[in-house]
Design a protein around this ligand. Structure first.
Ligand SMILES: [Zn+2]
Length: 77
């Protein structure tokens, strides 16, 4: 499982927040990523936060998915 570089918790999901309001979850499932809409409309523009410490980790979908898949753990934010 991927580890949050900020709080060091192991996380299998990221909170995706659009325009500070709409949210959904990116969840690692097997080898892929499942997306669970909580209150989300529109496209994938937004920020990705750790669900534990709520700090912003990524600003694009590719990095968020790579992180969840364990392909990349560098955080540039
Ligand atoms: Zn964290």
């Amino acid at each position: 499982m991927s580890k949050c570089p900020m709080c060091q918790k192991e996380i299998d999901r990221l909170l995706h927040i659009q325009w500070g309001r709409n949210t959904r979850l990116y969840i690692r499932v097997g080898e892929g990523i499942a997306i669970e809409d909580l209150d989300f409309t529109g496209n994938s523009v937004g920020i990705f936060k750790c669900p534990a410490c709520k700090r912003v980790l990524f600003e694009n979908e590719e990095e968020a998915e790579a992180f969840l898949k364990g392909e990349k753990i560098e955080v540039q934010v």
